[in-house]
Design a protein around this ligand. Sequence first.
Ligand code: C5P
Length: 306
Amino acid sequence: MNPGTPTAPRTVTVRVPAKVNAQLGVGPVRADGFHDLANVFLAVGLYDTVTVTPADTLRVTCAGPDSAQVPLDRTNLAARAAELLAARHGVTPDVHIHIDKDIPVAGGMAGGSADGAGALLACDSLWGTNATRAELLDICAELGSDVPFSLVGGAALGTGRGERLAPLEVGGTFHWVFAVADGGLSTPAVYREFDRLTPDATVPEASPALLEALRTGDAKALAGALTNDLQAAALSLRPSLADTLAAGTAAGALAALVSGSGPTTAFLCADADAARAVASALTTSGTCRTARVASSPAPGATVLPA
Ligand code: C5P
């Protein structure tokens, strides 16, 4: 019997945010194949909700406009999260994981990482395994470099391969638009292209100007400090993203950049009205599949009241 199993089956639902990288500083490739990062994560208010219910066997279902693109087998990070937590605590991972997907299924917003962190927190609550925060973060890091941030949310500097997090202060609300591209970009391929384009990369550091802009909530200053060292590589593999970036800038965005390894592009706007205008211009520009408005920071993975 599972520890802490309640007398009647119950359901636990966790809400978990998407992210944007305000700075993605990338160093040379390491011996383990990963890259050292200075990764300034900001959680944004687009959420997946992950619901877990006791079941006869582990299974994953998904609903939402992009759900057909979500793998429902054991490669889904939500399934792997349940298996890793169960193995550590001698529990059988017999659980139905349902993902209500609102985070666009397109690289660069950590939607898969969000589902991993969400399922982990939900299973911990369902099974009463009472894992410590440190253990949950450890499992998240095993699942992927971006998964620990999905658990903690807010704003954080990720070092190492992005999994070692230090919280950052944010002094205001930032308004973003995300342009969702058709098709994906392979993250390992983007890093390989970065290696090819940047043979002299050095270990990166967080930008003091960017951290100050976050701390003071100054959108104009943040716009001037946003950087993504993977952007040239993403544009090299997908040159059409330059048209998306140009369309958002022409529509009044303060800054435009590729989000993470792409192909999602992110546009920082002066306020919520400007963000709505930029989203509507991008939607009709023909340079992306769809555009979504969201603000940051947003809270990390949170168990919703039953
Ligand atoms: O950790 P995650 O599974 O998200 O990483 C996916 C891929 O992205 C890795 O296999 C690696 O090719 C690349 N990566 C990297 N350096 C990082 C994070 C990811 O090279 N810091």
